[in-house]
Design a protein around this ligand. Structure first.
Ligand SMILES: [Ca+2]
Ligand SMILES: [Ca+2]
Ligand SMILES: [Ca+2]
Ligand SMILES: [Ca+2]
Length: 472
């Protein structure tokens, strides 16, 4: 939705291209010192170099001959409901029924190696067909290399005397991050030796697959010993660290950083976000009023829903901030985001809040997200997207509860069939009523939720898309 301030472009770098060359864990011997940006070339006597080389010569390492590998537990048949690939065909819970839109952890390797060594769960989305999609992300068993980690995930593949000490799941060197909070990356935590070149690469969460120019994060100083990850969205970020040693050997670590915010977070991204304005809304629990009650004026959304009109740091319409009775959160929950300065000026992070409205004026090419850091038990929130721009768009909605993705809607292959209509300047255009989310708060304060997809009235499938219809 349009604003009046000066445009402020946030450049979200395309990070993937530079080093797509190291896709495996293999130690690439003599991979070559072709980086001109080497910052730390060994210049002292050759002794260190020799020691370095000697250590690397041990890279074929040793294994404990007494070690018994874990049982893969590969079975004849797939078992439904466990997120495991029981029959070891590379797919978890294939041909098993599921609730469309729901998301859960899965593991595409042998069940016996799940959560062993370097291995880490991915996630799978239940497609609109009612079957689980591919298990994406995560780390599956690989050939072992000398990197301080059990790459085969069989309990026996760790080699000794490795110069590189990679982190696995739960390693205190790779703690969880938070959305819109800078996350420091330090190569010295993993490699102590002499270095010719460092390189960091980060693959973001589900939104990054949508469009080459869209990124869920920024990565600052990717060719330095220390880099900074600036995640805008929740989710799993896969980090790849490449070290070219002084002796010219290329070493690689890969691990996953979980980026988790508290409470309920509804995040929207769309590949057209550099030139189209979509608006995300969340209805106040208990309210069932029309989304645009004032003669269908899109510039005047209902006051009982959170959106661009009443939930950003700076309010652009009269009528005050959305107040649903929640305490505000500490500034640290929102000050690191694109409109961090505005939130700092306000002095707190509101609940509910819209961190930023992607609107072709003050923010372009960004996701939109609405958060409630500490929702109450048993509240139901309806999610709606309005296409202010009018042209066809393919938004994806991710729902996170207690930091874990609970549901995804609109992701390929289930893009909206046709989400277009007249411009918001002419009236109510295309609207998508996405889902109802009910929060569950346990005694210990942890938040989960139940998500129910919305369908056209009287139907049990399909997206609830309308044009010029303001109904709840
Ligand atoms: Ca299974
Ligand atoms: Ca399977
Ligand atoms: Ca290893
Ligand atoms: Ca917008």
């Amino acid at each position: 939705m349009g604003g009046r301030r000066r445009p402020a472009l946030f450049h979200l770098a395309v990070l993937a291209a530079a080093c797509g060359c190291y896709q495996s864990y293999a130690v690439l011997a003599d991979a070559g010192p072709d980086r001109e940006d080497a910052r730390e070339v060994a210049t002292d006597d050759g002794a260190d170099l020799e020691a370095d080389a000697r250590l690397e010569a041990d890279a074929d390492g040793r294994e404990d001959g007494d070690c018994t590998p874990v049982d893969d537990r590969c079975a004849e048949r797939e078992v439904c409901g466990d997120g495991d690939d029981d029959d070891c065909d590379g797919d978890a819970d294939e041909d098993c029924p599921c609730v469309p839109g729901s998301v859960r952890p899965c593991f595409a390797g042998p069940p016996g190696r799940r959560n062993v060594g370097a291995c880490s769960d991915g996630e799978q989305i239940c497609m609109m067909s009612g079957a689980w999609g591919e298990c994406e992300g995560g780390i599956t068993p690989q050939d072992d290399v000398c990197n301080g980690l059990d790459n085969r995930c069989d309990g026996c593949s760790q080699m000794a005397d490795c110069t590189l000490d990679c982190p696995g799941p739960g390693d205190p060197r790779v703690p969880d991050g938070a959305p819109m909070t800078d996350y420091p990356l330090d190569g010295r935590l993993f490699y102590p030796g002499l270095v010719r070149a460092w390189h960091w690469d980060v693959q973001g969460g589900p939104c990054d697959l949508l469009a080459a120019r869209f990124s869920s994060h920024e990565l600052l100083e990717p060719d330095d010993e220390t880099a900074t990850l600036r995640p805008l969205l929740s989710g799993d970020y896969t980090v790849t660290l490449t070290v070219v040693t002084a002796a010219g050997t290329t070493l690689v670590c890969r691990w996953i950083i979980h980026v988790r915010g508290p409470g309920l977070r509804v995040e929207m991204c769309y590949p057209e976000s550099e030139y189209e304005d979509l608006d995300l809304f969340l209805k106040q629990p208990g309210a069932t009023t029309p989304w645009y009650p004032h003669a269908g004026d899109v510039q005047d959304p209902s006051r009982d829903q959170c959106g661009w009109h009443n939930c950003e740091a700076n309010l652009r319409t009269p009528g005050g901030r959305a107040d649903w009775g929640y305490d505000p959160s500490d500034l640290s929950q929102c000050a690191g985001g694109p409109l961090g300065e505005q939130w700092r000026t306000l002095g707190y992070c509101a609940n509910p809040r819209l961190d930023v409205d992607n609107n072709m004026h003050e923010a372009i090419g960004l996701p939109e997200n609405i958060n409630i850091d500490a929702p109450r038990d048993g509240e139901t929130f309806r999610i709606m997207v309005e296409n202010f721009w009018g042209g066809d768009a393919s938004p994806v909605i991710n729902v996170y509860c207690g930091g874990r993705r609970a549901a995804t809607f609109g992701a390929p292959p289930d893009e909206l069939p046709d989400f277009s209509g007249r411009s918001g300047r002419e009236g109510v255009g295309a609207m998508w009523r996405v889902a109802d989310v009910t929060t569950r708060v346990a005694a210990d304060g942890s938040v989960t939720c139940e998500v129910e997809a919305l369908h056209p009235p009287g139907s049990s499938e399909g997206y609830d898309l309308t044009e010029n219809d303001v109904r709840y």
